[in-house]
Design a protein. Structure first.
Length: 399
């Protein structure tokens, strides 16, 4: 059985308490040690002071590492439930599978069937769907729509439409399928492309799209172009300049709020962290620009690959800024090693979730289902997912 909501709620409280203890207790003990050292200077012969200092150092170690270990156990418990065997992954009126050989678990009622796909060559960059026929998705004639494209395992390419205005968040591993889809929509010009961060599974199709369409604005963390550790940012900006595309640097407050027709966007996590601390390849996920699109009163939260990496709790911080949302683009394609942490998920309280991955990720599925057992979770496994929100705020998904 899935973990009960009561147990999960309890674990969240324990997790938060331990997080506070892990930070506050060592600080207080360090201050106490400093006071004891002052006393030691005054009374150098007092052996009791030396013993107290030793005990406090041991206490610091215990109060830091034990909460850390227990928190890791909590994450493991909430990430290994058997919900995936009992819940239906939403397929949305389609059995289309663009891959013949990707391993994923397909759920039909209580039965579980495995299909085999080649594993991605790289954790970050996944695999492309170049050469595979794209699902025949038509653009809506009027109003708004968000199209979550299937562009391979661990890859994001999201098209946003309001009437005849189009924009994109990220560009997948490569651009062929995306260009095909945009042309099918009759797109001549993109109002914007927003690149959440520099990894190839979010930037790979950028050149091809820029070669095929006029793009008004590139939304990016321009400070990344100054960072020798991430030349991709420099390339993005150089290409935009060559094409006559304006650059919107997200550190500029004027670029943090904008509109596409009647869709309003607010950007978060706009500060750039340099390569002096993100030399570890995955760390640039922390730089993910996050966006909340508001359509007819409904909020859609686009997360890129945001996470709590190596002591930088950007996912939790951003979640507190964003607050309650309606639809959640699951962070980092459904992974939970550093992403989709319990604190953030409890704060945002989504009604629906979308996982951009060519295979359903059991990790995020289990974690979301333990927190929100009745929430539909949609996967791009079977092709493009289309989301529309009408004027009364009614949410509809199609595939």
């Amino acid at each position: 059985m899935c973990s009960s909501e009561t147990i999960i709620a309890f674990l969240i409280i324990v997790n938060r308490i331990l997080g506070v203890i892990r930070i506050i207790a060592p600080i207080l003990l360090i201050l106490s040690i400093m006071i004891s050292l002052c006393k030691k200077v005054i009374n150098p012969e007092d052996k009791k002071i030396q013993k107290r200092i030793k005990n406090k150092i041991i206490a610091i170690v215990i109060l830091f590492f034990i909460p850390t270990i227990v928190r890791a156990i909590i994450y493991t418990v909430t990430n290994t439930s058997t919900c995936l065997e009992e819940e239906d992954i939403v397929r949305i009126n389609s059995n289309y599978n663009p891959f013949a050989n990707v391993e994923y678990v397909e759920i039909q009622g209580s039965s579980k069937k495995k299909k085999i796909l080649p594993n991605p060559k790289d954790y970050e960059f996944g695999e492309s769907v170049e050469g595979i026929s794209a699902p025949k998705t038509n653009a809506i004639s009027n109003g708004n729509a968000i199209y979550f494209l299937n562009v391979g395992e661990s890859s994001d390419a999201i098209i946003i439409q309001d009437d005849n205005h189009f924009g994109m968040i990220d560009t997948g591993v490569s651009g062929g399928v995306i260009v095909e889809q945009l042309k099918r929509f009759g797109v001549k010009q993109l109002d914007f492309i927003m690149i959440t961060h520099s990894h190839g599974d979010h930037t790979g199709g950028y050149n091809t799209i820029m070669d095929n369409f006029s793009v008004k604005t590139l939304i990016v963390k321009a400070d990344g172009a100054k960072d020798p550790g991430h030349t991709m940012y420099k390339h993005l900006i150089e290409t935009a300049n060559k094409k006559g595309t304006s650059i919107c640097d997200v550190k500029d407050p004027a670029c943090q709020s904008f509109s596409l027709g009647n869709i309003n966007f607010q950007l978060y996590n706009v500060d750039y962290l340099s390569s002096s601390i993100n030399s570890q390849g995955r760390f640039d996920n922390v730089n993910s620009i996050c966006a909340v699109a508001t359509i007819n009163g409904r909020k859609i939260y686009f997360t890129g690959d945001i996470g709590n990496y190596y002591g930088h709790d950007h996912e939790s911080i951003t979640a507190r800024q964003v607050g309650d949302i309606d639809i959640y683009k699951v962070a980092h394609h459904g992974y939970t090693s550093f992403n989709n942490n319990l604190d953030a998920l409890e704060i945002i309280k989504p009604e629906y979730s979308v996982v951009t991955n060519s295979r359903p990720r059991t990790e995020a599925f289990n974690r979301l289902k333990t927190l929100y057992p009745n929430m539909p979770i949609y996967f791009t496994t079977n092709g493009t997912i289309t989301l529309t929100i009408n004027q009364s705020g009614e949410i509809n998904f199609y595939q």
